[in-house]
Design a protein around this ligand. Structure first.
Ligand SMILES: [Zn+2]
Length: 246
């Protein structure tokens, strides 16, 4: 195992523990995967996060035989949608699946989340869809999830939970938190009655704003040096003025 792979396995475990400590997930119901070269690293089935060690993480082939894996423990029972997402979406480097409360509550009501908050733009469109119901771990559930994720970075799973995906593990976990937050906000706004939904133009405008994140170049350092030079020049001039006075 390379150092890089070990670090990624450790990051998966750290994220698992964090999502339980933060209340985003309960018990061992959630699962996390990350892309590493031509394999998908995924949490093992029914293993308490506190007992999890880097070598217990299962590695599933992304290009070889479908469903083949290596490791001492079986991959998560939800490995199918993790694997199908990674295989079908080369842009995805991390997948987080949780049964977080508010996302699941909306999924039980079979409600997609409309653009009730501008953060919806981070999910790639106007809504977070709710995929239809199929039993956990099945190919049918994976198919439904992939369809709901079309052009999106997150979805709900009817009577089950949610999935958030990102270019890497950090991004996927960030979106998982955002998804649960929007779900909670939408639920509460429904309780209050008649939430106002943002228009496509408003979400598109926000998405444009998001697209320039990280593109800013830091301000040039000489900005600080300039006044110093100016001060020196002024000081010199001052000295010269003093001299000329003499
Ligand atoms: Zn699940």
């Amino acid at each position: 195992m390379t150092r890089e792979e070990r670090q990624l396995r450790e990051a998966i475990i750290a994220k698992c523990r964090w999502m339980n400590a933060s209340g985003l997930n309960q018990g061992t119901s959630g699962n996390i995967s990350a892309r590493y070269k031509d394999v998908m690293l995924i949490t093992p089935s029914a293993t308490p996060y506190d007992a999890m060690k880097p070598e217990m993480i299962a590695a599933m082939s992304l290009e070889g035989e479908y469903g083949s894996w290596t490791g001492p423990l079986q991959p998560s029972t939800e490995w199918r949608f993790h694997l199908d997402i990674m295989r079908g979406r080369p842009d995805v480097g991390g997948v987080v699946h949780t049964h977080s409360t508010y996302a699941t509550v909306l999924a039980i009501a079979r409600k997609s989340i409309p653009a009730c908050h501008y953060m919806m733009a981070a999910f790639g469109g106007q809504d977070i869809r709710c995929a239809g119901y199929a039993r956990y771990g099945t190919a049918e559930l994976s198919e439904l999830a992939l369809a709901a994720l079309e052009g999106r970075n997150g979805c709900l799973l009817a009577n089950h939970g949610m999935i958030a995906i990102g270019a890497n593990l950090d991004k996927a976990m960030w979106l998982a938190v955002e998804l649960e937050t929007i779900a909670r906000q939408y639920y509460l706004s429904l309780a209050l009655g008649q939430p106002h939904i943002l228009s496509e133009a408003e979400i598109a405008d926000t998405a444009r704003g998001f697209s320039t994140y990280g593109l800013q170049t830091p301000k040039e350092k000489p900005a600080k040096a300039k006044p110093a030079k100016a001060t020196k020049a002024a000081a010199r001039q001052n000295v010269e003025t003093k001299r000329s006075r003499k």
